[in-house]
Design a protein around this ligand. Structure first.
Ligand SMILES: CC(=O)N[C@@H](CCC[C@H](N)C(=O)O)C(=O)O
Length: 376
């Protein structure tokens, strides 16, 4: 029987302890315990909230290459039945951040004992799923002193086979905004609807009306998404609901479309207030800047990877996913790419099961790329 790769074992450990944004205490401790086992001569380690910065001092630095991995899990109950499934009831690494962290540790492990000319900065970032750790981390004093000259990150892609990486120059991921709408009407007995203002009916109507925005208000040659992922309201089957809440997200390929979509949401919500005689409040939660890949660095990376054995490069289309790494790319040239992990279930699914062979492949690929880039 073949031995488990150390970084697959690390991934499994991390997979058991998914924590939500800015609560990644055990995850941070796990990473720190591991990082402290590495040769320390060239390392400088600083914590920031539940995140970590690790600098690897180069032998003759002219620039700093940044590498970012996100750390948080999602409030999803895992249904994989894996022997190493989540031990944190109700939370799951359903977006691959456990894989992202184990890959980052693999690359860091290599460079801790095989330094290159340039400095490297490994960024373990909390709260990617929300409320967003990239922006405050970017504004931190540590980042001001250690700001890299270029930066790279990856995201697992269930739809591609292991050995495939996919990316493109320019726009890769959408602009995002969370969306929370609270409705307050008048509750009452289920048998006397004429004496109440039913917020379950208002919420259902609102969800349906929101669907008209993408089909009727956004240019068909542009793209936008409004997803209501959670709806709650009411107390019991035979009482009319006084309150209802919609929780969702908006995705657009431009800031202009985001503003337009929000204008339309506000108009529709006003209509609901009038039509259903209720009070409504809208909260846009956290918003993420689009992920825009630096043209030159991305093209160069794709060319570099193409000549590696066993790696297939795909020039993909942009996706409506969001990533607060977009804030880092708005200030630092760099790129993000998809890493094929071949899972029959997609991102944010309770049965996501990435193929772990992608971990060592990604470590090898990133190690080669950074060695080349950091010795240029
Ligand atoms: C890669 C990925 O799945 N990212 C998340 C980012 C979520 C941002 C925020 N919580 C929102 O929902 O708008 C995504 O859902 O795309």
């Amino acid at each position: 029987m073949s031995r488990l790769s150390p970084f697959v074992a690390i991934r499994r450990d991390l997979h058991k302890i998914p924590e939500l944004g800015f609560q990644e205490f055990k995850t941070q401790q796990y990473l720190l315990d591991y990082i402290h086992t590495l040769p320390q001569e060239r390392l400088e380690i600083k914590t920031w909230k539940t995140g970590i910065f690790v600098k690897v001092r180069g032998t003759a630095p002219r620039k700093t290459i940044g590498y970012r991995a996100d750390m948080d899990g999602l409030p999803i109950t895992e249904e994989t039945n894996l022997p190493y499934c989540s031990e944190h009831e109700g939370n799951m690494h359903a977006c691959g951040h456990d894989i992202h962290m184990s890959i980052a540790l693999g690359v860091l492990t290599h460079f801790a004992s095989h330094p290159i000319k340039d400095d490297l900065l490994f960024i373990f970032q909390p709260a990617e799923e929300g409320p967003g750790g990239a922006r405050p981390m970017l504004e931190s004093e540590i980042m001001k002193t250690w700001k890299p000259d270029m930066i790279v990150a990856l995201h697992i892609a269930p739809e591609y086979p292991v050995g495939t990486i996919a990316t493109k120059e320019g726009l890769l991921f959408a602009n995002t905004s969370e969306l929370f709408i609270d409705l307050k009407g008048k509750g009452g007995h289920a048998a006397f609807p004429h004496l109440a203002n039913d917020m379950v009916v208002a919420a259902c109507s609102l969800v349906t009306q929101l669907q008209s925005i993408v089909s009727r208000n956004v240019d068909p040659l542009d793209s936008a998404v409004i997803t209501v992922g959670k709806i709650s309201g009411g107390t019991v089957q035979n009482a009319i609901a006084e309150r209802a809440r919609l929780e969702g997200t908006i995705r657009t390929l431009s800031v202009e479309s985001m503003n337009k979509v929000k204008e339309r949401i506000e108009a529709i919500v006003k209509g609901i207030e009038i039509g259903y005689q209720c009070e409504a409040t809208i909260d846009y939660g956290s918003m993420y800047h689009q992920v825009y890949n630096d043209e030159k660095l991305t093209a160069e990376f794709m060319q570099f990877v193409e000549q590696l054995p066993d790696v297939h490069v795909v020039r993909c289309k942009e996706a409506m996913t969001g990533e607060d790494f977009g804030y880092m790319l708005a200030e630092i040239p760099g790129f993000m790419f998809w890493l094929g992990v071949d899972s029959p279930y997609g991102l944010h699914h309770a049965k996501l099961t990435p193929d772990e062979r992608a971990i060592d492949k990604a470590i090898a690929l990133l190690t080669s790329y950074m060695t080349w880039k950091g010795n240029e």
